[in-house]
Ligand binder design. Structure first.
Ligand SMILES: NC(=O)c1ccc[n+]([C@@H]2O[C@H](COP(=O)([O-])OP(=O)(O)OC[C@H]3O[C@@H](n4cnc5c(N)ncnc54)[C@H](OP(=O)(O)O)[C@@H]3O)[C@@H](O)[C@H]2O)c1
Ligand SMILES: [Zn+2]
Ligand SMILES: [Zn+2]
Length: 392
């Protein structure tokens, strides 16, 4: 994969535009772009966007036949992450431009239907999960440390160069997926699959920074934005014993926030309510998908407090230097989580009986769901029942 972003000397795949994948025109995706690759393949149903302005629609894609370490999974549920929407609409074009057709989806739970000869962790019929990554080089220091999300040769589940078939990877809005077992997780049997699917992105993306920044009992933790990520953050922070304050722009989410585990709820458009918390937080997780004033939250941190961005808005946020300087506060970001930590998070959810609050929809409602997501109108994650794809 020859990628080197002209905009940055840091060669993270997140910052380096995909240059080596040409957009393809064949509606079936099976013709010329796959011609140079010899992997045996099969076809499966999927939902794809043909351009940044088109709706998602039914189509057929190719998957590789499982090779020795691979697991083939019949997808039962796939969550809808706001990242799917950012990517389908090419809102991250400056960082990771979308290659069309695009089949999104990286919150996948399903049943194992086939295993390669070298597979040891899974057998037919097992419940299995796939998140945001499907491969990495396994040899670099990050991979050795189980931090595959930082591997420079990591492969995201969709819109990333597909090493097996050429073109780009296709995600979970699909009947089935084939993934190396190293990137497949086990799902605790007490978790319902529809609510477990969003754990694979919304779950790990909020769990990982909380573990990293030491969220425990006695800490005051803020969660900004009560959406898919935010509501999981509330559940985790509460389960870890912290005092949890939710910041929302939606006053009608107050009762839900308390039910989900918040100790206090602040409507962030009310500056008096905000001021009461000045200089008091150990940690704030910002899970907002759109432009907003982050300085208002930096001011709420105590000395050495940290605010971590997991939300990835289209446009850069303006940061006032003095907000960080006074109080030696820090601002950081965090991407998803490594494979071992994702399994740890799923097991934590099994122990604490944590799943996502989902609105289950058929795939035919996916475009409507995207429109609702933009309006913050979801409680609190859409989970697509993939059985509906059979009639699409
Ligand atoms: N770092 C990572 O690895 C990673 C992984 C997954 C997702 N993400 C990103 O995280 C963000 C959130 O994803 P999600 O799936 O949780 O999205 P979501 O369900 O749409 O939630 C976003 C929430 O942000 C708040 N919000 C929306 N527009 C706002 C505005 N203009 N001003 C202030 N608040 C606003 C809303 O909460 P209230 O109604 O409570 O205000 C909304 O529910 C997205 O940008 C996504 O791409 C990052
Ligand atoms: Zn996601
Ligand atoms: Zn690596």
């Amino acid at each position: 994969m020859a990628r080197g972003g002209p905009t940055s000397s840091f060669s993270s795949p997140f910052l380096s535009p995909i240059k080596d994948v040409a957009a393809r025109e064949e509606p079936s995706y099976l013709a010329s772009s796959r011609g140079a690759y010899s992997s045996p393949m099969f076809t499966t149903k999927a939902y794809a966007a043909a351009s940044a302005t088109s709706s998602l629609a039914s189509t057929t894609i190719a998957r590789r036949e499982p090779t020795e370490p691979d697991v083939q999974i019949e997808i039962l549920f796939c969550g809808i992450c706001h990242s799917d929407l950012h990517q389908v609409r090419d809102e991250w074009r400056g960082v990771m431009p979308t290659v069309y057709p695009c089949v999104p989806g990286h919150e996948i739970v399903g049943r194992v239907t086939k295993v390669g000869s070298a597979v040891t962790k899974f057998k037919l019929g097992d419940l299995a999960a796939v998140g945001c990554m499907v491969d990495s080089d396994r040899t670099c220091a990050e991979c050795q440390a189980g931090l595959e999300q930082f591997c420079r040769n990591m492969t995201l589940t969709y819109n990333f160069p597909d090493k097996h078939l050429g073109g780009v990877t296709y995600g979970g809005y699909s009947d089935s997926i084939v993934v190396d077992e190293r990137f497949v997780m086990r799902v605790p049997s007490n978790l319902k699959p529809a609510g477990a699917a969003p754990l694979l992105c919304a779950g790990i993306t909020t769990y990982s920074p909380m573990r990293h920044w030491g969220v425990t009992a006695g800490k005051k933790v803020g969660v900004v934005g009560l959406g898919g990520l935010g509501h999981m953050a509330v559940k985790f922070a509460h389960a870890l014993g912290a005092h949890v304050v939710v910041f929302t722009t939606s006053p009608n989410k107050r009762e839900d926030a308390l039910r989900l585990g918040a100790d206090e709820v602040v409507v962030s458009r009310n500056s008096n309510e905000m001021k009461k918390h000045a200089g008091s937080f150990d940690f704030i997780l910002d899970a907002v998908s759109a432009d907003h004033d982050i300085n208002a939250y930096i001011d709420l941190l105590r000395r050495d407090g940290n605010i971590t961005l997991v939300g990835a808005p289209e446009k850069p946020l303006a940061v006032a230097a003095f907000g960080l300087i006074f109080g030696r506060r820090s601002l950081s970001g965090s991407p998803i989580g490594g494979i071992p930590e994702t399994q740890e998070m799923l097991d934590f959810c099994g122990t604490h009986n944590i799943t996502s609050d989902v609105e289950v929809i058929p795939i035919q409602k996916v475009n409507e769901a995207y429109d609702r997501l933009v309006k913050s109108d979801v409680k609190y994650r859409f989970s697509i029942d993939m059985a509906s794809l059979k009639s699409a």
